[in-house]
Design a protein around this ligand. Structure first.
Ligand SMILES: [Zn+2]
Length: 198
């Protein structure tokens, strides 16, 4: 049906989230038909990202520079740190355009079932950032899953030793919902109506 290189492309694309082998075949054919305008620029973009991607040493965001573009942006509010589970949540909040402070990517949630403890997450770097002069508020924007809420309580406990306002995302986040799946308006409401805990 096709040569091995094309088969390999289909195989690789079929491993992407949300794509099965049928979608991967369609995408491959589409790319080949748009060789100049899509396939070649896509190849270049993938090579460039693969070569240059870095995890930000401050917040954990993915960028081609570290510190990332958000951490290096002096016009952003330095007093507020928003804690998210994953880079996808950070990108969702940025896409919604409602937050102009700093971020902290935790790298997951605590989970007794999966054996994830505080040492597996960026909890200590968060404590260090929280203790820095000038930081006044930590927004815990973890997903409304059981693990997310367990983690939120743990962090609230740990952060209580600092004189900070600790707030959680308010209503608007459905139970079991993940931030990345929320529409921008819902996310904006959840952030604006966040509740201080201390
Ligand atoms: Zn950063």
């Amino acid at each position: 049906m096709s040569t091995s290189e094309i088969d390999q492309l289909i195989q690789l694309l079929s491993k992407l989230p949300g794509l099965g082998s049928r979608s991967a075949r369609r995408a491959t054919l589409y790319l080949i038909k748009h060789r100049e305008s899509l396939l070649m620029p896509l190849g270049d973009a993938m090579a460039a990202v693969s070569e240059n991607v870095k995890t930000c040493e401050i917040c954990g965001n993915l960028d081609t520079v570290s510190p990332c573009g958000l951490c290096a942006n002096a016009t952003r509010d330095q007093k507020t740190i928003c804690v998210v589970e994953d880079v996808s949540d950070l990108w969702a909040l940025e896409r919604a355009g409602v937050f102009s402070g700093q971020y902290h990517v935790l790298g997951g949630n605590l989970s007794a079932l999966d054996g994830v403890g505080p040492e597996d997450l960026t909890v200590e770097p968060l404590m260090q950032r929280a203790s820095q002069e000038g930081v006044t508020e930590i927004i815990i924007a973890l997903n409304a899953t059981v693990d997310g809420q367990t983690t939120a309580h743990y962090l609230t406990d740990r952060l209580s030793e600092y004189s900070l306002t600790i707030s959680h995302l308010a209503h608007g986040v459905p139970v079991g919902g993940e931030l990345d799946y929320l529409d921008d308006g819902t996310l904006a409401t959840a952030l604006k109506s966040r509740r201080p805990l201390s």
